[in-house]
Design a binder for this molecule. Sequence first.
Ligand SMILES: NC(=O)c1ccc[n+]([C@@H]2O[C@H](COP(=O)([O-])OP(=O)(O)OC[C@H]3O[C@@H](n4cnc5c(N)ncnc54)[C@H](OP(=O)(O)O)[C@@H]3O)[C@@H](O)[C@H]2O)c1
Length: 329
Amino acid sequence: MRAFVLSNYGSTDRLRMTELATPVPADDEVLVRVRATSVNPYDWHLMRGEPYVARLMPGGPGLRRPEITVLGCDVSGQVEAVGRNVTRFRPGDDVFALLPGGGFGEHVAVNERLLAPKPANLSYEQAAAVPMAAVTALVSLRDSGRLTAGQTVLVNGASGGVGTFAVQIARALGAKTTTGVCGPHNTDLVRSIGADEVVDYRADDFTRAGPRYDLIIDIAGTRPVRACRRALTPRGTLVVVGGPGGRWIRPVDHVVSAAALAPFVSQHITVADAVGHADKREALATLTELIEADLVTPVIDRQYPFKELPAAVAYQEAGHAAGKVVVSV
Ligand SMILES: NC(=O)c1ccc[n+]([C@@H]2O[C@H](COP(=O)([O-])OP(=O)(O)OC[C@H]3O[C@@H](n4cnc5c(N)ncnc54)[C@H](OP(=O)(O)O)[C@@H]3O)[C@@H](O)[C@H]2O)c1
């Protein structure tokens, strides 16, 4: 099989198309023929081994060399073979998954408990746009944010991969109003996916604009946690999802400052974690219900052929994709 292999930490020129042996599924694994993948900031953080501080953390990407050499956490495709203990899938089934890696290759062996049936109304490319970004949005709103019907929600970073799902899911879960913060070129997009109000971050600072929200999903991480608190109701919740990347410590410092402040304030400050989420299959099943009910639709900015995967990663890393960047495999 062909795969893009990461030879060492660095830029996209370290991703080389290579011929590898097709994996053989273990007893509890399913061999998936990958039909599409999508690019997430997670991929280029692992590609660069940045921030460096992450290399020292348990479960980090590897101190000197990358431990995961075939990146790609979003996968959609077709089951080609199953291990002897697999009960839920058969060859020919269409599936999708959120994986630690392996999506940047033509085949991947996946533990059965990570796989879910692909939403019937999505193409492989649309389905590949879902796992990391939409699971993050769902976990942030429903689990970390404990969104209840009738609450007011603000999404900072509403036009990106996670944000375009968060705006739609907030509405589907019954938010009274959803406000999206994005750049001037994306205000129409964010309105079109259901935001009631849109704040152009070039023109206005949502932390000083006046309105207060029951729940802020901070995906862009562009304002300090203490500033975000000004835009929260006295008992409101701030969910820190991400922030601008850096070589040494960003965005880990943003997450750490949120966790450090949390015990000392009346508002609820918390962090979302899709990668560590215990039941990814349940999250994908919940998302499938929303997608098949036409309450949530992936927003795709660009679609690349497999041989141009490094260009897809570079475009995503530039930080202004309007929705998701997907790759046909
Ligand atoms: N905690 C987790 O489990 C988890 C999981 C997935 C992702 N993340 C993190 O979440 C973040 C976003 O991921 P993503 O996939 O959505 O990335 P993305 O698709 O690249 O989106 C980034 C968005 O940030 C927006 N942005 C840039 N500057 C901004 C500003 N000053 N104010 C408001 N928005 C601004 C951009 O909007 P414009 O183009 O309109 O400027 C863009 O839409 C990353 O830091 C990622 O690492 C965390």
